[in-house]
Design a protein around this ligand. Sequence first.
Ligand SMILES: [Mn+2]
Length: 442
Amino acid sequence: MLTACASRRAALLERLPPGACAIVFGNHDERRNADNHHRFRQSSDLLFLTDLSEPETVAVFTPSKDARFTLFVRPSDPHQELWYGRRAGLEGATELYGADQAFDIRELEKRLFELLDGCTEVHLLVGDRPIHDELILRVLARLRKNERNGSRAPSRIVDLNQTLHELRLVKDEAAILSMRRSCAVTVEAHLLAMRACVAGKREYEIEALVDYGFRRRNGLPGYQSIIGSGKNATILHYVDSRDELQPGQVLLVDAGCELDGFTGDVTRAYPIPVPGQRATFSRPQRQLYDLVLDAQLAAIAMVRPGVTIEEIHALISHRLAAGLCSLGLLSGDPAEAVETGALRRFYPHRSSHFLGLDVHDVGRYFPGGDARRLAQGMILTIEPGLYVQPTDPLGPDWQGIGIRIEDDILVTATGHEVLTADLPKRPDDLLKIVGTGLTLLV
Ligand SMILES: [Mn+2]
């Protein structure tokens, strides 16, 4: 990963105009309660460029200065390290992480004053964290005030999104390898959940297995897992995971493993069997499931360079609307149901997003105003769904069904590759596995 980070830094430096200074902030330790902290997760931008997973880290890039890559880190401190773990320190920052120079993070403001002096523009993720914006504005104000003493303040602030996030959008070989691994572990964990799914279990027991599947491969959930049974599956971001699985309901599992910072994002939905019996969809469940799967397969088939996410969403929306009209769940013309927003009663979300270090990864969807065309190396999800709210006037046969099918797709030179293809989704394959019993892989 360190070699990949070095190439990414080189690519960033190459894209910065001479005279620029780019500043990338890491994450801070976040308090959970009292004196407990959340598990630290580095900012994705810093992970992408440095792989240095320590709080209070800042990277500065100055293409036209002698030291082009500066790291600010927490200095070595035997007492702190005894309690809270090892630090790279200033020495590690240069020797292990490739910085041309390293400074104590406590000197950040003073040193930024020196680093920004003489630069023409400052690049940062404006608005990402107000505290960072304030720091930079403070330094710029001081530089301007000091111009009569010879300082030269940058005159432009540029959104780093345009360079750094464009780089992150097209995955390099190391990123694709990490994504393959996180997708493989995601598939394993989903299989554990499928096999264990029987009536009488609780949603949190399924979540525990998903977590186990991730953790045994050194992964962690890349986002809060959604384990929703019955009507809970119609809540798009349901995270309570408390209810008991009821026979005949559908269980929706949306979970992705993060490894090396890169995360999978996969959803499956399947019926909950009575223990010892074979899982079966009710007729309405199966009708919705077939619609969603048909739309997903059609959308995946169209993924290749040049296609836009807008086109994918339009195809899925049209297929779902047509299916709902023919089932009589929507009246009138499918195109009209899409246009008027009537479809949103059953399909309220989008069909696709970029995926990588962030589950909703960076990359603008309309750069320069036009829908972005997919290109080789981009990774996206395709995730149609249908949800009938428990209060929907369609009545009890349909109420409280939530179906979503989501896979992770790599755009290749001529088409695509489904990174999560090993996880069953065709009804026959799926129902063969669901509820067949737990095999713990130790
Ligand atoms: Mn997703």
